[in-house]
Write a protein that binds this ligand. Structure first.
Ligand code: HEC
Ligand code: HEC
Ligand SMILES: [Ca+2]
Ligand SMILES: [Ca+2]
Ligand SMILES: [Ca+2]
Length: 467
């Protein structure tokens, strides 16, 4: 990848893009853009948009406007993101310190090809899905209370001599429903539990929240959406009476949550340092202590791989990499069926939460500033109803509340990751099932969708897949 970007260069990539833009193709010869196309919407990440890598590599590209001085940091970050970490002590001190308890050996185990994780089938071991854990009540700042024995996350692996915490197991229940035209559908609701608990039972009332790894694209741009914009979109008491009451994901210290399925993390750095500790067992300046709980003696006694194990040099590169992964250009935006789907998406009120366009503001990385972006999210928390609830509150989010996920790149998971599983726990297979799981504040939207004729439902789905 390094060689390819270096050789081809950014100028060529842009020339390639320009050849595809409306205005340069056949439509332009006729002199009119198809109705419903908005200026620039084919470049969802503005000037950062990846117009060059598609198929399986659709998510691996750096921002196309990456500054030359950031390129080496990006590629170095890429290697730390992909490299497997090993137990300490090891001959190589820059990649030891894995565990003692962990979920995976590398970031890319879960975020494969920088894409979307897949939940396990019944009887399979979860690799790209993790279970967050807490007990009833809340610590100061509404922080979740960890289980006294297993902490805030179930780690199904341990280094040698350290027992893994347990084995997440899933079963499914069928949920049936029908469209207004009489066609029926069947959805599958996953029910999670943990078996082979190595340190005794969990506390009474322990709550599990299954989460799959989201795609890594466009995260720096989401960080660069001005706070005031999100405050303006929030409507906690539904003052405008549209049934949608997005709330800011408030965190202790007045920070705003933007990342994670419930908006638990304010920045790419905080999320990445959290993943280093919770998922890989690696300490950083932000989390200098291993995640062992008091009863986990072998964990507490295990050797460490440095103090901290991941220094600021490495952390900075992992964070810059995660901030600059580009959103790919849309494949079709002026197709008549896609445009019909876009109109139905708007009419159904999907954009009440999946807000199409934002303008980025300040960011430490100049590439990410002042871009018009099309992520299709408001980054706010919404009550999505009992059907999607995990029953586990965290900070200001209740069990039924989830952060609106961005929809950009969503049609490319099949090519990138070989599956089409969606939603926080991957329960939906494809966009249509994801819509059918919506409830709560999105109930009217789902009803509007169910009321559409089959070909218009298909057009709406195709539009979402074109993002
Ligand atoms: C065990 C699987 C797993 C591993 C390993 C993992 N992640 Fe994640 N990642 C997730 C899950 C699950 C989420 C969603 C978290 C949540 O909802 O709380 C996530 C979310 C993120 C996000 C926020 C994305 C968004 O749209 O909100 C970033 C950034 C991220 N991970 C970076 C990393 C980095 C960097 C590493 C390696 C240090 C890493 N992850 C390792 C599973 C993983
Ligand atoms: C009230 C806000 C709201 C409305 C209205 C809404 N959504 Fe969503 N949408 C969400 C939230 C929140 C999630 C995440 C839910 C979860 O993972 O459990 C989501 C998830 C999705 C997903 C899966 C995304 C992913 O990355 O896995 C798709 C696709 C989607 N919505 C499409 C639509 C469409 C199409 C409509 C209109 C018919 C719509 N949504 C209406 C809030 C909304
Ligand atoms: Ca460690
Ligand atoms: Ca744990
Ligand atoms: Ca409202």
């Amino acid at each position: 990848m390094r060689a390819r970007v270096g050789v081809v260069g950014i100028g060529l990539a842009w020339a390639y893009a320009a050849a595809l833009l409306p205005g340069c193709g056949d439509d332009a010869m006729e002199g009119a853009a198809p109705s419903g196309v908005e200026e620039g919407e084919w470049l969802p990440g503005g000037a950062t948009t990846n117009t060059f890598f598609f198929g399986r590599n659709a998510f691996i590209s750096p921002a196309e406007n990456i500054l030359p001085e950031h390129e080496p940091l990006f590629f170095s970050g890429n290697s730390y993101f992909n490299q497997p970490w090993v137990e300490a002590p090891a001959s190589t001190t820059t990649r030891d310190g894995l565990g003692p308890l962990f979920n995976a050996r590398s970031c890319s185990t879960c975020h494969a090809h920088d894409g979307r994780g897949q939940p396990p089938a019944e009887g399979e071991v979860a690799t790209a899905l993790l279970l967050r854990l807490s007990i009833p009540g809340a610590a100061p700042g509404e922080a979740p209370l960890p289980d006294p024995v297993y902490g805030g996350q179930v780690q199904p692996f341990g280094i040698s001599g350290v027992p893994a915490e347990g084995l997440p197991v899933v079963e499914h229940e069928e949920v049936v429903g029908s469209y207004d035209d009489g066609a029926t559908y069947t959805l599958r609701r996953p029910v999670w539990r943990v078996e082979e608990l190595a340190y005794g039972p969990m506390a009474a009332g322990a709550m599990l929240s299954p989460r799959v790894a989201p795609q890594m694209i466009g995260l720096g741009l989401l960080e660069a959406i001005p706070r005031e914009r999100l405050e303006a979109l929030a409507d906690p008491d539904d003052a405008d009476g549209d049934g949608i009451s997005g709330r800011l994901a408030s965190l202790p210290g007045g920070q705003l949550g933007r990342f994670g399925w419930k908006g638990e993390q304010p920045t790419v750095e905080s999320q990445s340092a959290g993943a280093l500790l919770g998922d890989l067992g690696l300490t950083t300046r932000l989390h200098p202590r291993q995640s062992c709980m008091p009863a986990q003696e072998a964990c507490l006694e295990a050797l460490e791989g440095g103090d901290p194990e991941v220094d600021d040099f490495i952390l900075e590169r992992i964070v810059l990499y995660s901030q600059l992964l580009a959103v790919p250009m849309r494949g079709s935006w002026d197709d008549p069926e896609v445009l019909l789907g876009k109109a139905r998406f708007q009419a159904a009120g999907c954009d009440g939460c999946h807000v199409a366009r934002h303008q980025t503001g300040e960011h430490a990385l100049a590439e990410l500033q002042d871009q018009t972006i099309w992520p299709y999210t408001d980054l706010l928390l919404h009550d999505m109803g009992e059907g999607l609830s995990d029953g586990r509150p965290v900070f200001s989010a209740s069990g039924t509340e989830w952060r609106t996920p961005p929809l950009w790149g969503i049609g490319r998971f099949q090519a990138v990751n070989g599956h089409t599983r969606l939603l926080h726990d991957g329960r939906a297979d494809g966009v249509e099932e994801a819509i059918l799981w919506h409830g709560g504040e999105a109930a009217a939207s789902v009803e509007a969708f169910k009321g559409l004729p089959a070909e218009e439902r298909a057009a709406l789905v195709r539009f979402v897949e074109s993002l």
